[in-house]
Design a protein around this ligand. Sequence first.
Ligand SMILES: NC(=O)C1=CN([C@@H]2O[C@H](COP(=O)(O)OP(=O)(O)OC[C@H]3O[C@@H](n4cnc5c(N)ncnc54)[C@H](OP(=O)(O)O)[C@@H]3O)[C@@H](O)[C@H]2O)C=CC1
Ligand SMILES: O=C(O)CCC(=O)C(=O)O
Ligand SMILES: [Mg+2]
Length: 420
Amino acid sequence: MAFEKIVVPAEGEKITVNPDHSLNVPSNPIIPYIEGDGIGVDITPVMKRVVDAAVEKASGGERKIAWMEIYAGEKATKVYGPDVWLPEETLEAVRDYVVSIKGPLTTPVGGGIRSLNVALRQNLDLYVCQRPVRYFNGTPSPVKHPELVDMVIFRENSEDIYAGIEWKAGTPEAKKVIDFLQNDMGVDKIRFPETSGIGIKPVSEEGTKRLVRKAILYAIDQDRDSVTLVHKGNIMKFTEGAFKEWGYELAREEFGAKEIDGGPWCSFKNPNTGKEIVVKDVIADAFLQQILLRPAEYSVIATLNLNGDYISDALAAQVGGIGIAPGANLSDTVAMFEATHGTAPKYAGQDKVNPGSLILSAEMMLRHMGWNDAADLIIKGMEGAIQAKTVTYDLARLMEGAREVSCSGFGEEVIRHMDD
Ligand SMILES: NC(=O)C1=CN([C@@H]2O[C@H](COP(=O)(O)OP(=O)(O)OC[C@H]3O[C@@H](n4cnc5c(N)ncnc54)[C@H](OP(=O)(O)O)[C@@H]3O)[C@@H](O)[C@H]2O)C=CC1
Ligand SMILES: O=C(O)CCC(=O)C(=O)O
Ligand SMILES: [Mg+2]
């Protein structure tokens, strides 16, 4: 494929997907990456350096990633022209090269362009946002027992209010929808001034079931003991409430789950290990207090898009903050890894922030590729650097006796501790 601006590395080969969705990973895979806006310029090169070191050490130089820069966000407008935020060939490369990684991208509040992060997920139908939240020994935390937090969030990534179907107050479009709601749909019970902005929240059975299926399959594969559906179904009955119903329905129909004490909680035996997996649900506001008070009761979380966004940052805070919170956007074939945090613009270009989130996102990527030996080295390096208290400002400010290092300095520490 001929790209306009993307330079394909001559020495690399493509990862390909088999009909059963497994990957064929060559020893020199081409991995597209988006540097990202704001702190992307700081964390992305450090992530690449750490990954290269881990792969080199794990394989004795037999394997090497051929990095291929692709563009989105502010950098795309510099490379392609003033209004090109998400070039078509970026989408093509992500699709075609199967596994990629990205830095954060800026979304202005209240106006301007819509989220490029959301656009990437929607365009490529990356319907799962998988965000593991675990504790690294020695990390400072605001809670007493951060080690009890070990959850993997499966956030629905393609629907919900996050999809951005909305109209600004005072526009003819908003007025048209208000007229429709009042005149055709009989919405007359609430105060509904014409100055209302309008947002629409689509949630489908297909969208819910494919997400919950992934969460349950993960629980089976990783021998987890529960999957919790988190929703606000008492208030949004036909979207969040339906998410809960469809989730349970899927557990019963596809996994043979049986109701516990008349339901709705249900359980089934893990076909691999024989252990019981409980499928349960919690209303979202209560969940946010439960994860602080009783985190050990939760393992795999399946939730809608906006809830998942809130829960990701809240849970990350319990184990040290969004500086070390990784993630993946997944379809059945394409995987794009990215940190949970954003562009933290006030720190951009200062070589200051924690590159841990993007490094751990790359760790997930290596595991996804089957390069577990390199992924293990990254975990070892992160654990070593944190336990030695050589950390970036975000962790240093909460730790006694820490030595604060820069973003790139932390990367070097991670690499050094791979040899512990
Ligand atoms: N997937 C993506 O690309 C995402 C993009 N965004 C976008 O990013 C922009 C900024 O969003 P904002 O709400 O400020 O959220 P950010 O996640 O960018 O930053 C919020 C705060 O989190 C802390 N933080 C974030 N990243 C790191 C890091 N790597 N190391 C240490 N601390 C970190 C900093 O805290 P402190 O000030 O305490 O040091 C920072 O001020 C927005 O345009 C938003 O839309 C947001 C989320 C995800
Ligand atoms: O797209 C954005 O700007 C924000 C995305 C976000 O907060 C997330 O994916 O967690
Ligand atoms: Mg978020």
